[in-house]
Design a protein around this ligand. Structure first.
Ligand code: 13P
Ligand code: SF4
Length: 317
C-alpha cells in the first residue's frame, strides 16, 4: 500500500519536474509550443497556445520565435511549416499522423478535374501537403460552410472527409458537391446506439458534436461545430449537462472553463491514438535535442501554400 502511494508521489513529482524543464527549455531555445485540444491535458498545460485546426494555422503564421514545436499530428506540423517556412517546426513524434489525411490521392483529384472541368477542389485541412498542392482551397471544420458558399464554382469536389462534406452540402443545396469516401476513424466509430443510450441516461443533457461524425448522429445533436466552437457553445450555454461527441482530449478545456458543468462521452470513449502519441516525455526530448523536425521541399511548400493562404483570405473576409 505504502509502496503504491510512493510510486504515485514519484510520478507526480516527475511530471512536475518535466513540465518545469519544458517551460525553462522553451524560453532558453526560443520555441513556441502549439497544441491541439485532442492531446493529453498535461501536454495542453505546457503549451503557449491551444486551439482548433483553424486557430492553430492562424497562430502559426505569425510566430516570432525561431522554432515552433507542434503538439498535434503531421498535417498540422506541415501546415505550420507551409504558413511560416522560415521557422524550424518540430513534431515530438513524427509518426503521429492522421489516417484520414491519406484517404484521397492526387490521381483521384486529377480524374475528377478531367471529368468535371470547372470544378473546385476543396480539401479539408486534415490532408497531406501533396493533396493541398493540387486543391483550390483548404478548409477546416470551423470555416468549411462559409468558404464553400463563397466560391464562384457551382460544382465542388470535397476531400477527404465524407462526413464533413455531407455536413457542408446540407447547408449549401444550391451547389453540386461530390464526395470522397474518407473519414476520421475516431469520429466515424461513434455509434448511434451509443448516443441514444447516453440520451436515455442523461435526459436533460444537450448534445454537442463534431462534423466529422456521421449525419445520422448530427441529426440528433443540439449543436455541431469544430472543437473550438463546441468549447464556446458549452461556455455560453445555460445548460449544465452535455453529451460530447468528439475526441476525449477536449475534456481538459471543457472542465477548466466550466468546473460546475457535467460532461458525458459515449461508452467506447473516442480516443485518437495518434494525438496521444504526443507525450510530455517526447515534448521534452524534442526540446532537448531540437530533433524530430518537419522536413518539406521548398517546391512542396510553395505548391501547398496557395490553398492554405486562400483559406485564410476567404475566412477573414
Ligand atoms: P478541429 O479542431 O478543427 O475541430 O479539428 C478536429 C480534428 O479532428 C483535428 O484532427
Ligand atoms: Fe485524424 Fe480523427 Fe485523429 Fe483528428 S481525431 S487527427 S481527424 S484520426
Amino acid at each position: 500500500m505504502v509502496f503504491g502511494m510512493e510510486n504515485v508521489m514519484n510520478k507526480a513529482a516527475d511530471i512536475t519536474d518535466i513540465k518545469q524543464e519544458i517551460i525553462r527549455l522553451k524560453k532558453e531555445k526560443d520555441v513556441l509550443i502549439l497544441a491541439h485540444y485532442y492531446v493529453d491535458g498535461d501536454v495542453q498545460e505546457i503549451a503557449d497556445f491551444v486551439g482548433d485546426s483553424f486557430a492553430l494555422a492562424k497562430r502559426a503564421e505569425t510566430v516570432e520565435q525561431q522554432t515552433i514545436l507542434f503538439c498535434g499530428v503531421s498535417f498540422m506540423g506541415e501546415s505550420a511549416k507551409i504558413l511560416n517556412p522560415s521557422k524550424k517546426v518540430l513534431l515530438p513524434d513524427l509518426l503521429a499522423d492522421c489516417p484520414m489525411a491519406h484517404m484521397v490521392t492526387t490521381e483521384q483529384i486529377a480524374a475528377m478535374r478531367r471529368e468535371h472541368p470547372g470544378i473546385a477542389v476543396v480539401c479539408y485541412v486534415n490532408s497531406t501537403a501533396e493533396i493541398k498542392a493540387v486543391s483550390d482551397v483548404c478548409v477546416t471544420s470551423s470555416n468549411a460552410v462559409k468558404i464553400v458558399k463563397k466560391l464562384g464554382n457551382k460544382e465542388i469536389y470535397f476531400v477527404p472527409d465524407k462526413h464533413l462534406g455531407h455536413f457542408v452540402a446540407e447547408q449549401i443545396p444550391e451547389k453540386t458537391i461530390y464526395f470522397n469516401d474518407g473519414f476520421c476513424p475516431v469520429h466515424d466509430a461513434i455509434k448511434l446506439s451509443e448516443l441514444t443510450a447516453e440520451k436515455e441516461k442523461h435526459k436533460g443533457a444537450l448534445v454537442v458534436i463534431h462534423p466529422e461524425c456521421s449525419s445520422e448522429l448530427i441529426a440528433l445533436a443540439d449543436y455541431t461545430g469544430s472543437t473550438k466552437e463546441i468549447l464556446e457553445y458549452v461556455k455560453s450555454s445555460a445548460s449544465m449537462e452535455f453529451i460530447v461527441l468528439t475526441e476525449a482530449g477536449i475534456l481538459y478545456e471543457l472542465q477548466k472553463n466550466n468546473p460546475d458543468k457535467r460532461f458525458y462521452f459515449t461508452e467506447s470513449i473516442p480516443i485518437c491514438n495518434d494525438m496521444k502519441k504526443i507525450t510530455l516525455e517526447k515534448v521534452y526530448a524534442s526540446l532537448l535535442t531540437m530533433e524530430h523536425e518537419v522536413i518539406m521541399t521548398e517546391e512542396l511548400i510553395r505548391e501547398a501554400s496557395a490553398s492554405l493562404m486562400k483559406m485564410l483570405q476567404l475566412a477573414a473576409e
